[in-house]
Ligand binder design. Structure first.
Ligand SMILES: *[C@@H]1O[C@H](CO)[C@@H](O)[C@H](O)[C@H]1NC(C)=O
Ligand SMILES: *[C@@H]1O[C@H](CO)[C@@H](O)[C@H](O)[C@H]1NC(C)=O
Ligand SMILES: *[C@@H]1O[C@H](CO)[C@@H](O)[C@H](O)[C@H]1NC(C)=O
Ligand SMILES: *[C@@H]1O[C@H](CO)[C@@H](O)[C@H](O)[C@H]1NC(C)=O
Ligand SMILES: *[C@@H]1O[C@H](CO)[C@@H](O)[C@H](O)[C@H]1NC(C)=O
Length: 508
C-alpha cells in the first residue's frame, strides 16, 4: 500500500518539476488553490479505485500462490512414494499450463492495473493541468515564504503556526526551504521544532529521521556563525548512531570542524516594518482621539432615504470608511465577472512580479450593468467626476497574500497619465470579509482598517495642490486565514477642477 502511494508521489514530483505554470503561481490566490484541491480529490478517487481493485487482485494472487504451494507440497510427498508423479499426464499438463498461461496472466494483469492508474493520473493532470499548469517547486517556495511572512508580521512562533497539526517532516521541509533561501534564522526555528517532534517518535526509522533533521540543524548553526553549536549537534547525532556504520554525518562533521566560522549577515528591517507589523496586529499607538461616525443624508439625493454610514478613520489626510455600500448579490456579480477573466499574478507598476505584492488580479471595465452601477455609486459617494477613472482592479489574496507599503500616486507621470492627471483618490471596495489578518494599514498615520465586506474606503493620494502626499503610505497585511478580495478604483485629477478645486498650498 505504502509502495503504491510513494509511486504516486514520485509521479507527482516528476510531473511537478517538468510542468511549468502558465498563468502564475498558486500560492498567491485562493481561487487557484481551490482548483488544486479539486485536482487532488480526483487523484484520491482514481487512486482509491486502483487500490480497491488491486486488493482484489492481490487476494486472487494470494490464493493462487497458496494453491500452487500446496500442490508442490503434495508433489514432494508423493515423490517419496512415487517418483513418477510428474509423469502422470494430468499433472504435467497442469504444471505446463500454469507456467504458460497462469503466471504470465497474473503478471500482465498487475502491469495493466498499474498502467491504468498511470493513465488515470495523466487524465486528471491533463484536464486541469493543460489549462492551468500544476504547481512546481516555485509554488512550494512561495507557500513557505508566505508562512514565514505570516510568522514574522504577526509575531508568531513556529509552534504557534504549526498549531500541533504539522508533522516533523513538514516542519523539516519548511526548514529546508528556508535554509535553501538563505533565511537561516527562520530555518533554525522550524528545524528545532522538527527535532522536538522527531524526538517523540518511537519507530524503527526514528534514527534516520533524526539524522535528516540534525544534519540541516548543524549546517544552519554553521551558517549562523555558531560553529560550536554546529559541532555539538553533529556529535550528538553521531553518538546515537552505531559506531560501525559508515555514515555521511562523519564526513559532514569533519567538514564543519575544518570550516572557519561564518559571519552571518545582519538583516536590516525596513524603517516602516515595526509600525506595519504592529498595525497589522491591530495595535494602535496611541489610540486616536476625536474621530467620529455619522449618517450622511446630504451628499447626494440618492442617500436622502438611506443615508451613507460613514466612519472617519483619519483626518488630514482624510481616510473615510463607508459601510454597506455594495450588497452581497452585487458583490457576487462583480466576482462572477472577474472569474470569467484569466487572472494573473499582480504586478507592481513596471510589470515585474515581486514578493512585495502577492495576489492575483483582473481589470473590469464599466460596460456591464453591475459595473455601471458601481461606477455611478462611487461617483455619488466621492462627489468626483467619473470621466477619468481606471478600470476596477479586482484582486484575490491567498496564503500570506500581501502588498508591502507603497504609494498609489504615480511619481513620474507616464505618458498615459499626462492627460488624465495623477490618481487623486484611491477607492477600495472590500469584496469579502477576512477571517484573520488582511488589514489595510497606514504605517505613518497609525491607522489600521479591518476588511468588512460591502464597505468602501476612500483616501486621497495627493494634496489639494496635486503634489503627491507621502503621508498616505499604505499596505495590505498578509492574510492569516480566509481569503481577501478587494476592488480598487483610482480616480484621476483631470476634470475635477470644479469638484475638488486645487489650492496652491502644497501641504493642504
Ligand atoms: C495530455 O494530452 C495530450 C494530448 O491531448 C498528450 O499529448 C499529452 O501527453 C498528455 N499529457 C499527459 C501528462 O498525459
Ligand atoms: C513578540 O511576541 C513576544 C512574546 O511572544 C514579545 O515578547 C515581543 O515583544 C513581541 N514582539 C513584537 C515586535 O511585537
Ligand atoms: C489550531 O487547532 C485547533 C484544533 O486543532 C483549531 O480549532 C484551530 O482553528 C487551529 N487554529 C488555527 C489558527 O489554525
Ligand atoms: C470590457 O470588458 C469586457 C470583458 O469583461 C470585454 O469583452 C470588452 O471588450 C471590454 N470593453 C472595452 C470597451 O474595453
Ligand atoms: C510609527 O508610528 C508612530 C506612532 O503612530 C509614529 O509616531 C511614527 O512616526 C511612525 N514611524 C514610522 C517610521 O512610520
Amino acid at each position: 500500500m505504502l509502495e503504491h502511494l510513494s509511486l504516486v508521489f514520485v509521479w507527482l514530483l516528476l510531473l511537478g518539476v517538468a510542468w511549468s505554470p502558465v498563468n502564475g503561481e498558486y500560492y498567491s490566490s485562493v481561487d487557484k488553490m481551490q482548483m488544486l484541491g479539486e485536482v487532488e480529490l480526483d487523484l484520491v478517487t482514481a487512486t482509491h479505485l486502483y487500490l480497491t481493485e488491486r486488493q482484489e487482485q492481490l487476494n486472487v494472487m494470494h490464493s493462487f500462490v497458496e494453491r500452487v504451494k500446496l500442490e508442490h507440497a503434495a508433489i514432494r510427498q508423493e515423490l517419496l512414494q512415487d517418483a513418477e508423479y510428474l509423469e502422470e499426464p494430468l499433472q504435467a499438463f497442469r504444471l505446463i499450463k500454469r507456467l504458460v498461461v497462469d503466471w504470465p496472466k497474473l503478471h500482465d494483469s498487475l502491469a495493466a492495473s498499474q498502467k491504468q492508474l498511470r493513465e488515470e493520473y495523466a487524465k486528471v493532470v491533463n484536464e486541469t493541468g493543460e489549462a492551468q499548469g500544476l504547481p512546481n517547486k516555485e509554488d512550494l517556495k512561495g507557500a513557505v515564504r508566505g508562512l514565514q511572512r505570516l510568522k514574522s508580521v504577526y509575531n508568531l512562533t513556529a509552534s504557534d503556526m504549526a498549531n500541533s497539526s504539522l508533522f516533523w517532516n513538514e516542519c523539516l521541509e519548511i526548514g529546508v526551504q528556508l535554509y535553501e533561501q538563505a533565511d537561516y534564522r527562520s530555518a533554525l526555528e522550524w528545524l528545532l521544532l522538527a527535532a522536538k517532534l522527531v524526538a517523540q517518535i518511537e519507530d524503527d526509522n526514528a534514527q534516520g529521521m533524526r539524522a535528516q533533521v540534525y544534519e540541516y540543524l548543524g549546517m544552519t548553526y554553521l551558517e549562523l556563525g555558531e560553529k560550536q553549536k554546529a559541532v555539538e549537534t553533529l556529535r550528538e547525532l553521531l553518538s546515537s548512531l552505531s559506531p560501525d556504520t559508515p555514515h555521511p554525518v562523519r564526513f559532514l562533521l569533519d567538514d564543519v570542524e575544518d570550516t572557519e566560522p561564518k559571519c552571518p549577515k545582519q538583516l536590516v528591517e525596513a524603517y516602516w516594518y515595526a509600525n506595519f507589523s504592529r498595525l497589522c496586529q491591530g495595535k494602535r499607538l496611541p489610540e486616536p482621539g476625536s474621530l467620529s461616525c455619522y449618517l450622511d443624508f446630504e451628499r447626494h439625493p440618492r442617500f436622502r432615504l438611506s443615508p451613507l454610514k460613514v466612519e472617519q478613520a483619519h483626518l488630514n489626510p482624510d481616510i473615510h470608511i463607508y459601510y454597506d455600500v455594495l450588497t452581497d448579490p452585487q458583490i457576487e456579480s462583480v466576482l462572477d465577472l472577474a472569474s470569467q477573466l484569466e487572472s494573473f499574478r499582480s504586478k507592481v507598476l513596471g510589470d515585474v512580479v515581486t514578493e512585495t505584492r502577492v495576489s492575483q488580479q483582473v481589470w473590469l471595465n464599466y460596460t456591464s450593468p453591475i459595473m455601471r452601477t458601481v461606477g455611478n455609486l462611487l461617483g455619488a459617494i466621492s462627489g468626483l467626476d467619473m470621466t477619468n477613472v481606471e478600470e476596477m482592479q479586482v484582486a484575490n489574496y491567498g496564503i500570506g497574500g500581501q502588498y508591502f507599503p507603497h504609494f498609489d500616486y504615480i511619481s513620474e507621470l507616464r505618458e498615459d497619465y499626462i492627460e488624465r492627471g495623477n490618481r487623486i483618490t484611491t477607492n477600495m471596495f472590500y469584496l469579502s470579509d477576512v477571517l484573520q489578518g488582511g488589514y489595510t494599514v497606514f504605517p505613518f498615520l497609525n491607522v489600521f482598517l479591518r476588511p468588512v465586506k460591502g464597505s468602501l474606503v476612500i483616501w486621497p493620494n495627493v494634496h489639494r495642490s496635486l503634489a503627491p502626499d507621502s503621508r498616505v503610505l499604505h499596505a495590505g497585511c498578509p492574510v492569516l486565514e480566509g481569503s481577501k478580495r478587494i476592488g480598487n478604483i483610482w480616480i484621476h485629477s483631470a476634470q475635477q477642477e470644479f469638484r475638488r478645486p486645487c489650492t496652491l498650498v502644497s501641504t493642504e
